[in-house]
Design a protein around this ligand. Structure first.
Ligand code: AMP
Ligand code: MG
Length: 405
């Protein structure tokens, strides 16, 4: 195997991202259903948040210039969150609670812990500076400013921010519709019994889960027998209903691998052997404008190539303008003494050793093994032509960072 035959991960990703066509259709969704969706418009604040100056603490509101040398004021009123208080009487303090509007005339709040109350008067040892413990009107968001930009993927905190603006529906790009085609005569769905030579279809479920985490809508799941005609038919059908087709298996050079020929017959194949480990046989192409990602069949390779290759493509198609995930740099807690011309994504997990977080590799990195990925919490990246010894720094991507889930 020579490097000349293989496409580097970076070249493949660049090609994929350049060919990704972001969705053009948007929809309004209820705020409660918008988690993970991508905002399709800038969201401007229709009002100041908060709408009025309010207290950051439980305490007493007063005008900073009022307390005399004795720092003692009569308490003339009580303001709780939700009240619309009258102006503060000059020379007095108002009992106030967190989130309550500051009454007109008051400019300072002292924490109740720093006061004593006796005979209807509040006393304190030192007068706080003016403005203390007041959350200013508009300090979170100012009316008319962009609160969230188009292209933002909505996390729980963005949902809360949108709610704080009073919006109950949000404009988002519609979900990417993905069809999953798992190829292989040996595949049987879980729940049925196996005859000799058969295996259960694991990739379908790994892919469904990953696509859910990537906020896609899985519109079809089909198992395709290892036959040219069946592969052609399944691809054509999927292309008619989906924005993206993801296949597993049948993409190598064996006689039972029909994906490449089928794709070349009814569409276009733009690359197909990647310098990635696991996952070398990987195809990318299109049928009548619908992109097709042909992933390998081995279950761990499906996981890795979906996270590393498919996920950035999907994010781009979904209009997500967020930055790609950033890896942590961790000392390796493993040895890799056989350098590969392919970039290697090692199933690894973070462990605390002698007070330091290190990346530990699962001992068996076979691309057929999913137990390795269940043991792991991410992928350590070993650059091309590189060996690793314990203590060398490696890039580590948590699975959750790669999916955004
Ligand atoms: P292939 O690329 O089709 O030759 O598949 C490579 C390996 O992955 C073979 O051992 C297949 O049996 C296995 N494989 C392919 N598809 C699946 C699947 N959906 N679930 C589990 N294993 C699979
Ligand atoms: Mg196969």
């Amino acid at each position: 195997m020579s490097l000349a035959n293989l496409t580097s991960v970076d070249t493949a990703l660049q090609h994929l991202l350049e060919s990704a066509k972001p969705l053009s259709e948007t929809e309004m969704v209820p705020l409660g259903d918008a988690l993970g969706r991508v905002l399709a418009e800038d969201l401007s604040a229709p009002m100041d948040v908060p709408q009025s100056d309010n207290s950051a603490v439980d305490g007493y509101a007063f005008r900073c210039a009022d307390p005399g040398a004795d720092r003692r004021l009569p308490v003339s009123g009580r303001v709780a969150a939700g009240d619309n208080p009258p102006p503060l009487q000059a020379g007095t303090a108002a009992r106030i609670f967190t989130g309550a509007p500051i009454p007109e005339g008051a400019d300072t709040v002292i924490m109740q812990e720093n006061t004593t109350l006796d005979d209807g008067h509040v006393s304190f040892e030192s007068t706080p500076p003016p403005g203390q413990n007041i959350r200013r009107r508009g300090q979170d968001l100012q009316k008319g400013t962009v609160a969230l930009s188009s292209g933002t993927r909505l996390r729980p905190q963005e949902l809360g921010l949108i709610a704080s603006l009073g919006c109950d529906r949000v404009p988002v790009w519609r979900r990417l519709r993905v069809a999953i085609l798992t190829t292989g005569d040996e595949l049987v769905e879980p729940g049925h019994s196996l005859t000799p030579g058969q295996i259960y279809n694991t990739n379908r479920y790994t892919l469904q889960g990953l696509l859910q985490q990537l906020d896609c809508k899985v519109v079809a799941c089909q198992t395709v027998p290892d036959r040219h005609e069946a592969t052609v038919t399944a691809l054509k059908e999927a292309a008619a209903s989906a924005d993206l087709i993801i296949t597993s298996g049948g993409v190598s050079v064996g006689e039972e691998d029909h994906l490449r020929a089928a794709l070349e017959e009814i569409g276009e194949l733009s690359l197909w052997r990647l310098a990635i480990k696991p996952g070398k046989p990987l195809a990318f192409g299109q049928i009548s404008g619908t992109p097709v990602l042909g992933l390998p069949g081995n279950p761990a390779a499906v996981l890795v190539t979906t996270l590393v290759i498919a996920a950035p493509f999907i994010r781009r198609c979904q209009g997500n303008t967020g930055l790609p995930p950033k890896p942590a740099q961790l000392p390796a807690g493993f040895t890799l003494d056989k350098a590969s011309i392919r970039r290697e994504f090692v199933r690894a997990r973070r462990e605390l050793h002698n007070g330091q977080i290190v990346a530990i590799a699962y001992p068996n990195q076979s691309s057929g093994m999913l137990s390795s990925a269940c043991w792991a919490d991410g992928l350590a990246v070993i650059p091309e032509n590189t060996t690793v010894k314990p203590g060398d720094m490696v890039s580590f991507y948590a699975f959750s960072d790669l999916t955004g889930a």
